[in-house]
Design a protein. Structure first.
Length: 122
């Protein structure tokens, strides 16, 4: 076997090992959960979001009436929600407990009561 043939075999083996390692890594990661959240004056639906610690989640935020805000400061998550658009916010809860999320863009006279709860369990 020539040096070129050995080198080619080594490259093929390295590619096979890399693909296998990538597959094992993907299988070891928790599946990403997607939760749709609709903001409207003056509430979020759902208003209670239940999550598991360490499991990634993507919140798909939408609104049909006015520009809203989404802020979950305990998870460093923040977004503007624009009518007709889907905004994706990714959270990986790293602690258990009950946490508040709020609208942080004034959306009318009921704005102060526009909030929700994220409940994270083990």
């Amino acid at each position: 076997m020539t040096i070129a043939q050995r080198s080619a075999k080594a490259v093929v083996l390295a590619v096979i090992l890399a693909i296998g390692a990538t597959g094992m890594y993907a299988a070891a990661r928790p599946a990403e959960q997607v939760i749709k959240v609709v903001a409207k004056r003056f509430d979020y639906t759902p208003s209670i979001i239940k999550l598991k610690k360490g499991v990634p989640v993507v919140l798909e935020l939408t609104t049909k009436d006015v520009i809203m805000g989404f802020s979950a400061p305990d998870f460093a998550a923040r977004a503007d929600i624009v009518p007709g658009k889907v905004v994706r916010v990714r959270i990986v809860p790293d602690k258990t407990g009950t946490f508040t999320f709020v609208c942080d863009i004034f959306c009318g006279t009921g704005h102060e009561q526009m909030d929700g709860t994220i409940v994270v369990t083990d």
